[in-house]
Design a protein around this ligand. Structure first.
Ligand code: MG
Ligand code: FE
Length: 168
């Protein structure tokens, strides 16, 4: 069981770093969006949810952890900042950002599926409940992005054809 716990803790730290990265990416994208009110509102909601997720994971880590996640989180933040900045220089950043967000939500969904299985193995029922609650939020966000990718693309194309600012 010692190996199982080590894997579990490593995956928990990874998930916390992932949520910090999610916050950096979403805040960067949200701060630039001007012409996509539905997308902006949904990102605002998911930022608030993600802040709660990061806090819940931090609390789980504090209850368990022996090592430090500070370095890994710092690395993830730098990567996310780079990705957020690089989005500023593409002419279709709202489309690229929607695609990247949809992909990121699925990375999160996979991460929580793994954490749920490991936490169940360890009998960590409180943690399982936390991960299952987060998993629903990630799935809802992924579903919303999927359902609105066509709308976002249509708005982008219509604005660009009309020579209006479209990319954000
Ligand atoms: Mg998340
Ligand atoms: Fe998410």
């Amino acid at each position: 069981m010692e190996e199982t716990r080590e894997h579990y803790l490593a995956w928990l730290r990874d998930a916390h770093a992932m949520e910090e990265q999610a916050l950096t990416m979403m805040r960067g994208m949200r701060s630039r969006l001007e012409n996509y009110p539905d997308l902006s509102a949904r990102i605002d909601r998911h930022i608030a949810e993600t802040e709660g997720q990061a806090e819940d994971l931090r609390r789980l880590l504090e209850g368990q952890d022996t090592g430090s996640s500070v370095m890994k989180d710092a690395m993830a933040r730098m990567t996310a900042t780079g990705q957020a900045l690089s989005g500023m220089f593409v002419g279709d950043e709202v489309v690229k950002g929607s695609m990247a967000s949809y992909t990121f939500e699925h990375m999160e969904i996979a991460a929580y599926k793994v954490l749920i299985a490991a936490a169940k193995q360890l009998g960590e029922t409180g943690a399982v409940a936390v991960f299952e609650r987060i998993l629903v939020q990630e799935q809802d966000m992924a579903d919303w992005l999927f359902d609105h990718l066509d709308q976002t693309t249509q708005i982008f194309l219509a604005r660009d054809e009309a020579n209006l600012q479209a990319k954000r």
